[in-house]
Design a protein around this ligand. Structure first.
Ligand SMILES: Cc1cc2nc3c(=O)[nH]c(=O)nc-3n(C[C@H](O)[C@H](O)[C@H](O)COP(=O)(O)OP(=O)(O)OC[C@H]3O[C@@H](n4cnc5c(N)ncnc54)[C@H](O)[C@@H]3O)c2cc1C
Length: 351
């Protein structure tokens, strides 16, 4: 007898195809129903994207995105591309025509729906990971400062440790954020009063026409968990971070304390996508959810974490539908019992 998690996995695979690396050839027909569920099989993409062979990076068709998100949920991507370099991205943008594009960082703030994402998904997991050595300069007043140039695919934890190695302070509180620099900039990720936006000096992006643009700090504005771009958007490929020289043992001590606090208060060993809701002004979403007794409450295989009520965990085989139902339930209960409107922080994408 198949357990629920395996049933869902089979259904997902049948919806999407093999989930294996593309051979760029027509697949066999799948049956119309699997385990009693109607299957929406996507067609082979070979004819739709005849230019895929030009991509130097990895190309996966009908790839289940659950394997690319930290909560381990998500249906298939029509095409998932891991570009090797800027040229690959420009090839995609030149040939995409009207096909929608979606950018995936480390997938740590995402809920991808069960039928997946249509169009082309670009993952920066394998590229733009270079971090330059800091360039120090003196200010008329105060401590020496330095600029670090880093690729958007760099992990935040790695960038924070790199800065600490050069005694640079400003992002030590961001060491526990599991995403990429690009994702952190889009989300204006932050912890314990520090936000990435406060140290960004410039951002380099490839706009949707394939042109490279450099945006200076003064062109950007940073809001709670959101960076606002001026009349442009695209794929962030690099950023300059400006930090101040500090005391290395103090910076390392702060990082250690911060990481150990996280491991005690967050469900780091169970798949999740970080904080589900934004904190209302002057309050904490987790505290409110806990106060109305929803810690541990589950729908399907998605549950409110026992450790931290602002985290939803995938207890094994949870679907995006379970998570979205749970989100709606929490919002409704919180509104009824406290009058607070909780807004989602996670990005929900797909069909
Ligand atoms: C255990 C855990 C703890 C967390 N703690 C925190 C925390 O303390 N503070 C906090 O703010 N967040 C936290 N998060 C959430 C998450 O890690 C951050 O929001 C992170 O910055 C997202 O980065 P990512 O690379 O995973 O982005 P993704 O989740 O892959 O994407 C997020 C958004 O950014 C876009 N995007 C990603 N990269 C690019 C790019 N290069 N160019 C253009 N668009 C891009 C995506 O399209 C999407 O809209 C936590 C998550 C987990 C799982």
């Amino acid at each position: 007898m198949l357990n629920e998690a395996w049933k869902r996995r089979l259904i997902n695979i049948a919806h999407s195809g093999s989930g294996k690396e593309s051979q760029l050839k027509t697949r066999m027909e799948f049956p119309k129903t699997v385990l009693g569920q109607k299957i929406y099989q996507s067609k082979t993409m070979t004819n739709t994207f005849p230019w895929l062979h030009k991509i130097k990076g990895k190309v996966l068709q009908d790839e289940i995105l659950a394997g690319h998100t930290s909560i381990q949920i998500g249906g298939p991507a029509d095409v998932l591309i891991f570009p090797k370099d800027i040229r690959d991205i420009q090839t995609i943008l030149k040939n995409k025509d009207k096909t929608p594009i979606y950018i995936l960082g480390e997938g740590t703030n995402l809920l991808v729906k069960d039928r997946g994402i249509r169009g082309i998904i670009i993952s920066l997991k394998d590229c733009f990971k270079e971090i330059k050595r800091p360039l120090f300069f003196n200010k008329v007043q105060g401590a020496r400062r330095a600029v670090i140039k880093a690729g958007a695919g760099t992990k935040m934890s790695y960038l924070a440790k790199h800065a600490a190695r050069y005694s640079l302070t400003g992002i030590e509180h961001l060491v526990g954020i599991p995403g990429s620099l690009g994702g952190a900039i889009i989300m204006n990720a932050g912890a314990e009063g520090t936000e990435i936006g406060s140290v960004v000096r410039s951002i380099t992006l490839i706009n949707w026409d394939g042109k490279i643009e450099v945006l200076k700090r003064e062109n950007l504005s940073f809001e709670y968990r959101k960076t606002v771009f001026p009349n442009t958007s695209g794929i962030i490929i690099e950023s300059e971070i400006e930090l101040e020289e500090g005391d290395r043992p103090t910076i390392l001590g702060t990082m250690d304390r911060h990481l150990s606090r996280r491991s005690q208060t967050q469900p780091l060993t169970i798949p999740n996508s970080g904080s589900i809701f934004k904190n209302p002004k002057g309050d904490a979403a987790g505290k409110i959810i806990e106060s109305i007794g929803l810690k541990g409450f589950s729908i399907g295989n998605a549950g409110v974490s026992i450790r931290h009520a602002n985290f939803i965990v995938n207890k094994g085989g949870a679907t995006a539908k379970d998570v979205t139902k749970l989100i709606k339930h929490i919002q409704k209960e919180v509104k009824e019992k406290t009058g607070v409107d909780l807004q989602t922080e996670i990005v929900i994408v797909g069909d």
